[in-house]
Design a protein around this ligand. Structure first.
Ligand code: UDP
Length: 383
């Protein structure tokens, strides 16, 4: 049976959740008749069209789309943003009634709220795909309570990207499934090791944001390799207005005298090509990462990974077995792990080989099967 599903996301930038959506839709391919509705035009639209996935832009007023999580507090939201949100829910409800899918699948936290409301009003079951931790270290308290309360009313089922994420939505009564939604597009090539005739290189991949820890990465790298020819690549760009942070990172590198050895690569479309040119991947978020697709991508590409011992990465990696975990924010420990791997090619090889096996758990087929099981559950419950 083919399910008709409408997927909702408020943005069309290529942040992790949107990349994951494009990947999961390719994997669901012939099992789902998919239609995506996004709140803005952007590179996700192009990526979906290239993959022959039906997509439309139902424009959302910028004042609604760009509501910052910090403004979700009593008295924080402007009247225009509230009116704009209500208006969008109403328009979306009408569009969903026209499309009459079997399920509405929301892909971002904002979409969970407006899409959950619109889906319910249209009488269509809603599946929440939660990729953010609903916790006070990530969201303002009022937003945490609003999302947790809505979770009791709006979705018929919740998919979370890790157990750690799921735990942040307590007391769910409805059908709940955890999916490992990381899907690699294709198995990356094994990277050329340092024999490639270039300096040893350590990479950090992810959008530039304070909690993603790029400043911490620079500190640890400077501590681990004050001299020598070891290089670092910082891969990714600011996506949600963190331009000041991006500028501060460049300034930090300049002040540390490391401009010759630390390169800012910007956002790269072909992540596999980047991964093929680095010898160790670091993922050092300061607050727990909900999942951390980058970690699995590094493992799949056959690169040893050092990650923060919290959230999703701590579920993926077993320390010392298929990667290395260090305490979030501990620059000395991170520097030490960087040096250990640099000095021990055989350890790098062992961790990378085992990491590759671990990463195979996160296959497209596995994720697709679990998502379909959720749709079946939700639809049969309705009959
Ligand atoms: N990414 C990319 N190009 C870049 C930087 C990041 O394609 O220059 C991708 C990365 O490969 C991963 C995603 O962005 O697939 C980030 O997802 P993750 O779950 O790690 O973090 P999120 O952005 O969801 O917080």
């Amino acid at each position: 049976m083919t399910y008709r599903v409408v997927y909702l996301d408020h943005v069309a930038r290529l942040s992790g959740g949107e990349i994951a959506l494009a990947r999961i839709l390719s994997a669901l391919n012939d099992q789902v008749d998919a239609h995506v509705i996004v709140g803005e035009d952007g590179p996700l639209v192009e990526r979906l069209r290239d993959a022959n996935i039906s997509v439309e832009v139902l424009p959302m007023a910028a004042v609604v789309r760009d509501i910052r999580k910090e403004s979700v507090r009593p008295g924080g939201l402007k009247g225009r943003a509230l009116a704009g949100s209500a208006n969008y829910v109403w328009r979306l409800r009408r569009r969903l009634r026209e499309l009459a899918p079997d399920v509405v699948h929301t892909n971002s936290l904002k979409a969970a709220l407006y899409g959950g409301a619109a889906g319910r009003l249209a009488g269509i079951p809603v599946v929440w795909h939660i990729r953010d931790r609903i916790a006070p270290d990530y969201l303002p308290t009022a937003a945490v309570w609003a999302v947790r309360a809505s979770a009791q009313i709006l979705p018929s089922a919740v998919i979370a990207n890790s157990r750690s994420t799921l735990k942040t939505i307590p007391r769910l009564h409805k059908g709940v499934t955890v999916v490992d939604p990381v899907i690699y597009d294709r198995v990356g090539k094994l990277p050329p090791a340092s024999e490639a005739g270039r300096p040893y290189r350590i990479g950090v991949v992810g959008r530039l944001a304070p909690w993603k820890g790029q400043a911490h990465f620079i500190d640890a790298f400077a501590r681990a390799f004050p001299n020598g020819d070891c290089e670092a690549w910082i891969i990714g760009s600011a996506m949600f207005g963190e331009d000041n942070y991006a500028a501060s990172l460049r300034e930090k590198v300049r002040r540390s005298g490391l401009t010759e050895r630390i390169e800012f690569r910007g956002f790269r479309d072909d992540i596999w090509d980047e991964l093929a040119q680095i010898d160790t991947l670091v993922h050092c978020s300061l607050t727990p990462e909900p999942f951390g697709q980058v970690v699995v991508e590094g493992m799949v590409a056959g690169i040893p990974v050092i990650a923060s011992d919290a959230g999703g990465p701590a579920e993926i990696i077993t320390d010392g077995v298929d990667g290395i975990l260090t305490s979030p924010g501990d620059a000395a420990a991170l520097a030490d792990a960087m040096r250990r791997l640099h000095n021990d090619p055989s350890l790098r090889h062992t961790l990378a080989a085992r990491g590759r096996k671990t990463a195979l758990r996160f296959s497209p087929e596995h994720a697709a099967t679990q998502v379909i099981a959720v749709y079946e559950q939700v639809i049969s419950h309705r009959r």
